[in-house]
Write a protein that binds this ligand. Structure first.
Ligand code: ATP
Length: 212
């Protein structure tokens, strides 16, 4: 039986930039996911507190994905508050979308820290995982990586037939952009016009985000 696929793309999005948007666009081209939820965290368990408020991060995301009918901003982690554990987010999505196959999406730079995630082994009970491969990030020779590799799906069409537990490695073009770099440029009064979606760049300037 085939099911609709729901991509789960979480992050600080402080701010959302073209690296995020381009990789999701390419992913959509390759895998035709039915929908992708961009989920800004309230508090990342592994990172410092976001600089921009949740309201600003949501507003920037909404501007960035406007016009993409299959993408939506999902504020469940902001509403839940506290540490944003992905396992809780998957459980909540499973309740709201019981017929969908959840596809948790993250890049290699995030994958290297997977064993530090709260209850990370349980993630496979709720979702398939799509890892955006980036040549500059190699995973260590560790037993948990072997476990991940053993879960590799033979074909991406299995994301529609297998409810959870599989891993799909997707190569996307790596744009060397980070939110940290953007925040640093803003602090130097140089908000970078070509690393961000234009409306997001204007929003940052208008609200003087990251300049302090
Ligand atoms: P920061 O610099 O603040 O750590 P970031 O730019 O890495 O932020 P996040 O919002 O923390 O952005 O990332 C959310 C997701 O987007 C993660 O899975 C991350 O790996 C991925 N990601 C970040 N930058 C890129 C990029 N340039 N290309 C593709 N994916 C990216």
């Amino acid at each position: 039986m085939t099911s609709s696929t729901l991509g789960v793309f979480g992050g600080s999005f402080d701010p959302v930039h073209l690296g995020h948007l381009h990789s999701m666009w390419e992913l959509q081209l390759h895998l035709s996911l039915d929908t992708i939820h961009f989920i800004p965290c309230a508090q990342s368990p592994l990172k410092q507190q976001s600089l921009a408020s949740a309201e600003h991060r949501i507003a920037m995301l909404k501007l960035a994905i406007r016009g993409q009918p299959k993408w939506q901003v999902d504020d469940r982690e902001i509403q839940r508050q506290g540490a944003s554990y992905t396992i809780d987010t998957l459980k909540s999505l499973k309740q709201d979308f019981p017929q969908h196959n959840l596809c948790l999406i993250f890049s290699m730079d995030v994958a290297v820290d997977l064993p530090k995630w709260h209850k990370w082994e349980e993630l496979f009970d709720y979702a398939n995982i799509i890892i955006l491969s980036r040549p500059e990030f190699l995973l260590p020779e560790a037993s948990w990586v072997q476990d991940l590799k053993k879960r590799t799906l033979a074909n991406s069409s299995e994301l529609r037939t297998k409810k959870s537990g599989g891993v799909w490695w997707q190569t996307t073009t790596a744009l060397n952009i980070s939110a940290t770099e953007i925040r640093n440029l803003c602090k130097k009064q140089q908000p970078p016009p070509y690393l961000l979606q234009h409306d997001v760049w204007q929003y940052i300037q208008q609200h003087k985000i990251y300049t302090e």
